[in-house]
Design a protein around this ligand. Structure first.
Ligand code: AMP
Ligand code: ZN
Ligand code: FE
Ligand code: FE
Length: 283
């Protein structure tokens, strides 16, 4: 069993990279990929712990790219070269994220909500000057703690999600740019949780077909929150376009309390063989 989609406290997960490796080991994973938003900062520590436990840790990240179909989350795997153009781009994406976070905090304060940027940094265990990897789940947790929302999901629905009064956009890289950078970086790109795009099956088929022609390698089919019918449909969609049907939990610790490392909501099992197939598609 493997898990190719995991977030640590280096972005918006609650658990340290080493702890995620331990949880994966307990769950029975042979390999995992750490895929924090816009950063590979946790990978080295995870790989050290993986070495001790005999568990392979793939260097990865998740990038929220811009696409006419909407915010499109892309997983990048095999970011082994820290000098590669894709890893260099993560610095830009991280500073866009910090700028968005500062603007988001100001917007929420202007709306009269009980939240400050300092509290958001504290929630993420960061301090001024070390603000990387903070995401909206941290904002949501502060809003819940201060009584402005009942749950993380409620905070997104009322304030933080698209169309909500506190929504602040972020400067995005396009999906085709991410794919092109990955190709020059020895990495492969997978479309994460494809159903988040909210497209019809016909529209999704078109979008995925076009991405496949520009070099997309995988489609995240075995996703923690999808039921078996959705997973089967996505695996078939992947096969139609010559893509690897990949999978992972999207574990975030306490920020997504329904999801466990490896097993998702309890029943997820991503086959070991998928990793070898994905690796075989490296440029
Ligand atoms: P950001 O990268 O800061 O824009 O935030 C993205 C993070 O927020 C990802 O981990 C998403 O899974 C999470 N997220 C987005 N929408 C929701 C929602 N409605 N409820 C809970 N988490 C969400
Ligand atoms: Zn996240
Ligand atoms: Fe995502
Ligand atoms: Fe994710």
């Amino acid at each position: 069993m493997i898990d190719l989609h995991l977030h640590s406290s280096c972005s918006d997960g609650s658990e340290r990279p080493e702890r995620i490796v331990e949880l994966a080991h307990e769950a029975g994973c042979s390999a995992i990929a750490l895929t924090d938003h816009d950063t590979i900062a946790g990978v080295a520590a995870a790989q050290r712990r993986g070495g001790e436990l005999g568990l392979e840790v793939i260097a990865g990240c998740e990038i929220s790219s811009g696409h006419p179909a909407g915010s499109m989350h892309l997983l990048c795997h095999f970011l082994d070269d820290p000098t590669s153009p894709l890893v260099a781009e993560l610095t830009t994406l991280s500073s866009n994220r910090v700028a968005r976070n500062v603007a988001l905090a100001a917007r929420l304060t202007a709306l009269g909500l009980p939240i400050s940027y300092a509290e958001v940094l504290a929630e993420g265990g960061r301090r001024p000057g070390r603000e990387d990897g903070i995401g909206r789940p941290h904002f949501a947790a502060v809003l819940v703690r201060n009584g402005a929302a009942d749950s993380i999901g409620d905070a997104f629905a009322r304030y933080l999600g698209p169309g909500a009064p506190g929504y602040v956009g972020i400067e995005r890289i396009t999906a085709t740019e991410v794919i092109a950078l990955a190709r020059r970086s020895g990495a492969v790109v997978t479309l994460a949780h494809p159903l988040s795009l909210g497209l019809t099956a016909i529209e999704l088929d078109k979008v995925v077909g076009a991405l496949a022609r520009s070099g997309l390698v995988g489609l995240e089919s075995y996703y923690g929150r999808y039921d078996q019918a959705a997973r089967d449909e996505l695996a078939a969609l992947a096969a139609r376009h010559g893509l690897v049907a990949t999978g992972g939990s999207d574990f975030h610790g306490s920020y997504k309390p329904d999801l466990s490392v490896g097993t998702g909501r309890g029943e997820l099992r991503v086959d070991d063989a998928i990793l070898a197939v994905l690796r075989g598609r490296r440029p």
